[in-house]
Write a protein that binds this ligand. Structure first.
Ligand code: SF4
Length: 310
C-alpha cells in the first residue's frame, strides 16, 4: 500500500549526522519556544512554552506502524517536528512506544530550552541519541540569536543542560550554530568553550546557516572561523559530512517534492537529483513545480532553495 500525505511521519530524509532519518513530528507546524534568527522554517508563528498533547499518541503511532509496514529503509527514527519537539507533553511515552516497534536508535533534536524541566529531562533520558543546541553564551546572546519565549532564562537552560548531560546514559551530540557577528568572535567562542567544559557529551557539531534563514541578517561565518571553532571545541564539521538521498513514498513526483519541502527546504541541485532518481523529466517537473503555486523560491548565498508556501 502506498501512503500519501502523512501527518506525522516524513522521510526518510538524508541527514549528514544521522544517515537516513525517518522523522516523527508530534507538534503543529512552527510551534516553538524559540524564534531563532537562522531558522530555516521561517519565523515562529505559534510561540509557546507550554507543553501540550497536541495530537493523540495513538494516531501518531498508527501512522508510524502503517509507514513501517512498507519496509522503508532508515538508520534512525528522529523526533524533530517543525518546531520544538519537547513541547509535546507525551514525548516520553512516544519514545517508549517507538522502541516497541524498532531496534533502530531513537533520536531527539531539541533546542534545549526546556532542559530546565525535570519532566522533559526524564523523557529525553529514554532516547538513544539527543542533539541539543547551544548557540548562546549569556542572556543577551540567547535573546539576540534564539529570541526565546518571555519566561525562558539563559541560566536555567544552561543549568538544565548540565544536569541532563551528567545523568544521561545515551549519546549526547551538542550542536552549535555559529552566526556571523552574533557568536563568532574570539571572546564569544571562548565563552562557548567554557560552557562546553561544564557538559558531559560525546560529540560537538559546529554548524552555520546554509539554507535561507528567517532573518536575512543571519549570515554564515567564514570557513576560517568554522575551522577555528572546530579546533577549539574538538568538534566535527557538519560541512565535511556527506548527506544521503531524499526519499518520499508518494508516487506522484510533484506531491513527493512538496511533501519533502514542507518539512525540509531543498536546494535546486537536491531536487534535480531527486527527480532524476525517479526517472522523471527534470525540466518538465521543475516547470510544473513552479506553476503549482505551492512553492516559495529563496535565493541564498547564490543558490536557489525551495520551500512549501505557508
Ligand atoms: S531553529 Fe529550531 S528552535 Fe529555532 S525557531 Fe526554528 S524550530 Fe525553533
Amino acid at each position: 500500500m502506498i501512503m500519501k500525505n502523512t501527518a506525522y511521519i516524513f522521510g526518510p530524509v538524508p541527514s549528514r549526522r544521522l544517515g537516513q532519518s525517518l522523522g516523527v513530528s508530534p507538534i503543529p507546524e512552527k510551534t516553538c519556544n524559540y524564534n531563532c534568527i537562522y531558522c530555516q522554517l521561517g519565523r515562529t508563528n505559534k510561540m509557546t512554552n507550554k507543553r501540550h498533547s497536541f495530537f493523540p499518541l495513538k494516531e501518531i503511532m498508527n501512522e508510524l506502524k502503517t509507514y513501517m509496514k512498507e519496509k522503508v529503509n532508515f538508520d534512525v527514527i528522529t523526533i524533530v517536528g517543525e518546531g520544538e519537539p519537547t513541547l509535546y507533553a507525551d514525548l516520553g511515552m512516544l519514545i517508549d512506544e517507538i522502541k516497541t516497534l524498532t531496534d533502530k536508535p531513537v533520536v531527539v533534536i531539541t533546542n534545549s530550552a526546556l532542559m530546565s524541566d525535570e519532566g522533559v529531562r526524564d523523557a529525553l533520558y529514554k532516547a538513544d541519541i539527543v542533539l541539543p543546541t547551544m548557540d548562546a553564551f549569556d542572556e543577551e546572546s540567547l535573546k539576540r540569536i534564539n529570541r526565546p519565549f518571555g519566561t525562558i532564562k539563559f541560566t536555567e537552560v544552561l543549568q538544565g543542560l548540565i544536569e541532563f548531560s551528567h545523568h544521561y546514559k545515551g549519546k549526547m551530540w551538542v550542536e552549535i550554530m555559529l552566526v556571523a557577528g552574533f557568536n563568532d568572535s574570539d571572546k564569544q567562542l571562548a565563552a562557548l568553550k567554557m560552557q562546553l567544559e561544564k557538559l558531559k557529551f560525546d560529540r560537538v557539531y559546529v554548524n552555520t546557516p546554509v539554507r535561507p534563514p528567517s532573518e536575512s541578517y543571519a549570515k554564515k561565518v567564514s570557513r576560517e572561523t568554522l575551522e577555528k571553532a572546530n579546533k577549539m571545541f574538538s568538534a566535527l564539521s557538519i560541512e565535511n559530512l556527506t548527506a544521503g538521498e531524499f526519499f518520499s513514498n508518494d508516487p506522484d513526483i510533484i506531491e513527493a517534492v512538496l511533501e519533502i519541502i514542507t518539512r525540509h527546504p531543498m536546494k535546486e541541485d537536491e531536487i534535480k537529483e531527486f527527480i532524476k532518481r525517479r526517472n522523471e523529466d527534470v525540466e518538465e517537473t521543475f516547470a510544473k513545480l513552479r506553476n503549482s503555486g505551492k512553492i516559495d523560491i529563496c535565493e541564498y548565498e547564490g543558490e536557489k532553495t525551495y520551500r512549501h508556501k505557508k
